[in-house]
Design a protein around this ligand. Sequence first.
Ligand code: ADP
Ligand code: MG
Length: 701
Amino acid sequence: MLAEYLQTPIEYLKGVGPNRAELLRKELSINTFQDLLNLFPNRYIDRTKYYKINQLEQSSADVQIIGTIVSFDLIDQRGGKRLVAKFKDDSGTMEMVWFRGHKWIRQSLKLNIPYVAFGKAKWFNGKYSIVHPEMELLDEHEKSLRSAMQPIYPSTERLTNRGVSNRVISTIMQNLFIESKGDFRETFSDKILNDLKLLSKKDALFNIHFPKNQTLLAAAEYRLKFEELFYIQLQLIMKNLIHKTKIKGFTFIKVGDIFNTFYREHLPFDLTSAQKRVLKEIRYDLGSNAQMNRLLQGDVGSGKTIVALMSMFIALDNGFQACIMAPTEILSVQHYNNIIEYCKHLNISIKLLTGSTNTSERTKIHKSLENGELNILVGTHALLEDKVKFKNLGLAIIDEQHRFGVAQRSKLWHKNTSPPHVLIMTATPIPRTLAMSVYGDLDVSVIDELPAGRKPVKTVHRYDKNRLKVFRFIKDEILKGRQVYIVYPLIKESETMDYKDLMDGYASIEREFPKPEYQISIVHGQMKSADKDFEMQRFIKGETQIMVATTVIEVGVDVPNASVMIIESAERFGLSQLHQLRGRVGRGAEQSYCILMTGHKLSNDAKTRIETMVRTNDGFEIAEVDLKLRGPGDLMGTQQSGVLNLKIANLIKDKDILSQARFYAKQLLKADPKLSQPNNKAILTTYIQLGKYKNIWNYIG
Ligand code: ADP
Ligand code: MG
């Protein structure tokens, strides 16, 4: 079947027409035959099984019952009327209920003739009823071609209300198969089909919509999931390859004086072997003639900063400039201070540029950037402003990528004649499956080892009513010379309330920890940045023992002497946020603690989050749980969720298929980078079509 045929607007399919087409477009984004074909069922129900009314249970999901309608009643109720049919079989009676379409239903349904009723049976007012059931004459039901496993398609309330029921969708799907004779083009090569023993495209599509049996259904699902994931991977890997061949990067041929001097004389600790490995990977990229586009993942505290800095040294050694960009002012100030400290014995010019840099300083920075006097620029989004022009930016480092959009990533490119090498660092561990799908076009390095001597943070859960014990514990720790964070939620939707909670909390902590014995810092989003900075600095210098804050301290803040992290209303935080916050402690040699405070009532999800935090310190494990709880779209933010708009595969359940798809896509491109071999023609055609008809698969971004 020709691809063009499948692009026919859906209204031209038998049984659709303009009105239903409009509904299908609006409700399910079905524009073409192809879209309909790719409307995969959510689940299947066994249509050979019939229930008796006295077998129904409160938990019965979709059931079908054979019986007759013995009477109709139109009953007044608040907000309109409902039509109730008394429905009877030889075991009892129940009700079929309609809130809309009374006239039409009353006319089309006949009394005292056997029907098959289908729908969700609910226990209501002392009897079972089905609201808006599908009713089919038993006679016709038996004649229909439908398979024993009835697919249940995605639907919306509006579709059901307008009469586009699951049965209607099944029927138009049948029409599509009849009209096209089910002759759908194969999208894989024989080799892949044989190697993986995949069902043909034709058989897979038939069996996903009209399964002949469980085995064929499973094979159909597998084939279609593999296909979906395969073509995403093919796209991403292709993008990466094209990038590597087309986009020439600067070649940093040498590792020179700055790098070597620092490494030999000023590096304050031994690098972990993970840090060394990652540096090697980066050096390799920088030395090749392709532009680097690398994601560096490393759990909080794994030591990404030093890797970033030493990578920048390589750029400097080759006569280029480098920059590092962080999402917040506090973070960029901290990077700046760290870098200044590391570089104090080196002759390097380093400047900080943020929103609060004053005009005269700004002008100086612009000038020294353009004439090349400035070597390293550290800052926030301010780096992206048009006025910021580098003489020769060789390497751009972006910390905490998830806060920046992909668009901003590419904006950095346009600061040069040639794009700089780009290193993106993130402490939010991304489950491998997700990384493969979202960042599949990037190369990935992972620091999977913490510096030696770190003690894992001990995490406990405490209820609010035990607060006094917690306060006592804090006092003991302070007595030992440690510092403490107390973090409050501040969530946009309930900002005023949260702000009040924070202030109340602060007041009670001031009472509990009186001056002059105790000194307290407070930092929150409504403060001026100079004040924030002042309070932060007092804590960093050890002048205050307690830091009361909102999540502004979430990322990156580094005070090794802080050993206790108290998280108030911990049930309100997401898992990755909790993990980030916990990462603020455990950075020194002392045993550190994270105490999650909650009220007594916890939702199931909140319980899972807290239990996960108490159980493990492993960021990747936490990310997996987070992915399960929240789903991929949420996890990545809306910007990337489009990529994850999968039709049949599921990144959590199908991660093995994903790995397999990636493996095969890689192998294929290795053997035939341009897909020019005759036996890969089907794949090439599909690949081109994916680009051409973007609406076919909306994950093409
Ligand atoms: P993150 O990966 O969270 O950004 P940082 O780069 O801030 O981590 O490093 C966390 C802390 O660990 C810093 O205080 C840093 O000086 C220290 N550190 C980094 N690498 C090592 C190492 N190899 N040995 C000992 N300490 C290290
Ligand atoms: Mg960091």
